[in-house]
Design a protein around this ligand. Structure first.
Ligand SMILES: [Fe+2]
Ligand SMILES: [Fe+2]
Length: 244
């Protein structure tokens, strides 16, 4: 199996698939997370083509039928391409997202009705508490939102801090410069007046760990990482506005 499995916090598992052809020669990783609790939650479905191996990786930790919640950041193939494959494999599972995502896309696209959460609402999954945060247009897509697991201080931050290459599962070395390099290569983030304030709102959570979708997770002073990324986008917006 090409999917690497790491326990990045107590009973939080990262299933990482390295794809060398994307952003070659560095390559690119796609990370999916399992929060193992009484009602296990998957964050990031992955694209349909990776479902066979990501689901096989998850099955080494718990039976897929035990999954109860399926979350992701926004509507894109790597976030939710395999959503309905997971729903079929896990009959008790429900997609969970913000009201915008449900109203605009998921009420129609998901094979079973999703559960819509308010901004700031906490989903108790039995032993873990997942706080949902609306982050419209951050990093992109109107319906964007993230989950924060409160007891371990793990922010599932999706495309934020995207990095190229295949680093360690978790690093204590700052990932800001690598994230800026990837942003410079991809221009994936919507640069709006809300970008920096949204990142600062996430910094105020004072997470202990950033669980990223592409690249290494970070453990340490996450507030400083988020503040530094916010400052980068603030400068970029100012430069764009003044034509610098
Ligand atoms: Fe995305
Ligand atoms: Fe992504």
């Amino acid at each position: 199996m090409d999917t690497k499995i790491d326990e990045i916090a107590e009973r939080i598992y990262r299933f990482s698939r390295y794809v060398p052809d994307i952003a070659a020669p560095a390559g690119f990783t796609f990370n999916h997370y399992l929060v193992d609790a009484e009602e296990p939650l998957l964050f990031h479905c992955g694209p349909r083509r990776l479902f066979p191996e990501v689901s096989a990786a998850l099955a080494t930790i718990l039976p897929i039928e035990r999954l109860r919640w399926i979350g992701f950041g926004h509507v894109e193939a790597d976030e939710c391409g395999a959503m309905n494959l997971w729903l079929a494999a896990a009959p008790a599972a429900k997609v969970v997202h913000g009201h915008t995502a449900c109203l605009v896309s998921l009420d129609d696209m998901a094979d079973r009705p999703p559960r819509a959460l308010d901004d700031g609402e906490v989903l108790d999954i039995g032993g873990r508490h997942m706080r949902y945060l609306d982050t419209p247009h951050v990093p992109h897509a109107w319906e964007s939102g993230l989950l924060y697991e409160e007891s371990t201080g793990t922010l599932f931050c999706g495309d934020l801090f995207t990095q190229l290459g295949r680093g360690p599962a978790v690093t204590a070395t700052s990932i800001v410069e690598a994230a800026i390099a990837a942003e410079t290569a991809f221009r994936a983030t919507a640069l709006t007046p809300a970008t920096a304030p949204t990142l600062r709102r996430l910094a105020a959570l004072r997470p202990r760990r950033l669980a990223v979708m592409h690249g290494s997770c970070f453990e340490g002073d996450c507030a400083s990482e988020l503040e530094a990324l916010a400052a980068f986008y603030e400068r970029a917006l100012a430069d764009a506005t003044t034509g610098a």
